[in-house]
Design a protein around this ligand. Sequence first.
Ligand code: C5P
Length: 236
Amino acid sequence: MRPHERIFVAIDTPDMARARSIADQVRRHVGGIKLGMEFHNTNGPDGVREIAGDTPLFLDLKYHDIPNTVAGAVRSAVTACRPKIINIHASGGPAMMRAAVAANREAADRIGIAPPLMIAVTVLTSIDDSDLEAVGQASPSGDQVKRLALLAQAAGCDGVVCSPHEIADVHAACGDGFTLVVPGIRPADAAEDDQKRKMTPAAAVSAGADYIVIGRPITQAADPAAAAKAIAESLS
Ligand code: C5P
């Protein structure tokens, strides 16, 4: 994989024109575009397809429901949006993850595309040990991340989302070939914001991130194309 192909730009806006403008500025400099609930719930799959165009798409809708419903959601999403990466919550459990994996392959086969990477969200980075305890889950969160990553791998998922500081542990637990998608990335000169456990793009990739998800340092830069290009160059 070439260095810039590791970068997915998170375009978090409900505004079609703004999303189109950012996507068009950055798409040649990065590996893909991430669109999530905020964009999808306003503009639907047609809007998602329009923004992605030929650029690889990470469809970040994080499904979590009963297996039959998640399988249906995955089939619809793959058929309508043709993503390169799609995701579910590992905490939905083994049966839900297996159903998602099977639906992903069936839907991709039916429309003749390579199956999207099925990536499981482990523990959201906004959740700390006291939140985990409040919902009756085991803490510390690092152990829970590893546990869910192994469960996702056993269910046939292609990889997980994890924070930069969990890369080494998840990599050690799940081995090479298990894809790590990593948000919480900040270039060294980036503004302070709500990402607390952050790492630079180059550090995350050398720690073992396969894909890095970067939003505001690119989308809110005065020149998003230049920001994306500089980050790609920092990976070379
Ligand atoms: O702007 P920023 O670079 O913080 O955007 C990061 C993107 O990654 C956002 O779309 C956010 O929702 C997503 N994300 C995250 N932490 C997670 C999972 C997803 O920041 N644990």
